[in-house]
Design a protein around this ligand. Structure first.
Ligand SMILES: NC(=O)c1ccc[n+]([C@@H]2O[C@H](COP(=O)([O-])OP(=O)(O)OC[C@H]3O[C@@H](n4cnc5c(N)ncnc54)[C@H](O)[C@@H]3O)[C@@H](O)[C@H]2O)c1
Length: 276
């Protein structure tokens, strides 16, 4: 039997790199995708032929589509895992007033790169993964999304980041059952603070040690999702050395419970064709 194959985005650094190394040690082949070419190529050379580095900006659909095509061919028509992990902080702050103007004096659009990378690219990546996963010898596979604690609680300094990570939690919960019917298990991790390059070095050094979630907890969460085929649509919060499986919020009354749990046949009839 051939080795399992993963695509990991944001694999040149932090969690993506740690998960890459972990999976390689477990016998996986990993297509590492990142915009950081120097580090990515250096690491992939060190890890050897179990790894393929693909220079990819996930916010470009064509680059991500190319990544999936290359990885699937390299994996000999096999793709078992998509770790949608690349993410960035806000590139412009919605709450601040640093407007720039066009020649008519109209405010230029807010820079939404964080939404493009953290959210839209993940959806497009899942769209691509489904296309290839159904061509596996046994159709199906797994998706692990990197959301954040900011997907469960507000991070006031980064409202767009918060929105993108909350979006990923909703996406995981909404897609879980439908993708399971295609033998794809989709789950999300919501890490607390993990020391990586996402945080400026000088701040990292000052971060209170007792609030650091170690990389081993990230690996523990991946092992949980990869080892248990019954888990789907799950959101797991990672704090310190613990995994906390978080369920959707409680319903305030019976009507909202009906809407959330028993109204599926109504909506299936309402949305038989997508709204154009
Ligand atoms: N570090 C934390 O405390 C923390 C907590 C919760 C969630 N997260 C999330 O974890 C994920 C991984 O981040 P990290 O902490 O390992 O940070 P990191 O900065 O070490 O790694 C992120 C990687 O993503 C890459 N990347 C950025 N934009 C990209 C793009 N457009 N296309 C492809 N690659 C791109 C970067 O080059 C980098 O290698 C992110 O989604 C982040 O939001 C981080």
């Amino acid at each position: 039997m051939s080795q399992p194959v993963a695509i990991i985005t944001g694999a040149s650094s932090g969690m993506g790199l740690a998960v890459t190394k972990h999976l390689v040690a477990q016998g996986w082949r990993v297509a590492m995708a990142d915009i950081d070419e120097d580090t990515g190529r250096k690491v992939s050379a060190e890890l050897g032929d179990q790894v393929l580095f693909c220079l990819t900006d996930v916010s470009s659909y064509s680059q991500q589509a190319d990544l999936f095509r290359k990885a699937f061919l390299w994996g000999e028509n096999r793709l078992d895992l998509f770790a949608a992990n690349a993410g960035i902080a806000d590139t412009q702050f919605l709450q601040e007033n640093d407007y720039n103007y066009d020649e008519k004096g109209l405010p230029l659009a807010l820079n939404l790169k964080a939404l493009d990378v953290n959210f839209t690219a993940v959806i497009q990546g899942i769209w691509l993964f489904k296309h290839y996963a159904r061509q596996n010898k046994i159709p199906g596979g797994k998706v692990v999304i990197t959301s954040s604690s900011a997907g469960l609680y507000p991070m006031e300094t980064n409202p767009v980041y918060t929105a993108s990570k909350h979006g990923l939690v909703g996406l995981t919960r909404a897609l879980g059952p439908a993708l399971l019917r295609q033998n794809i298990q989709i789950n999300a991790i919501c890490p607390g603070f993990v020391p990586t390059a996402l945080c400026p070095k000088e701040m990292l050094d000052r971060f209170p040690k007792e609030h650091i979630t170690p990389m081993s907890t990230v690996i523990k969460a991946y092992d949980a999702f990869l080892g248990d085929h019954s888990l789907h649509g799950q959101t797991v919060e990672l704090s310190l050395d613990q995994l906390y499986f978080r369920t959707k919020p409680d319903y305030p009354n019976e009507s909202q419970r009906w809407l959330g749990e028993d109204s599926a046949s109504f909506w299936e009839e309402a949305y038989t064709t997508p709204v154009s």
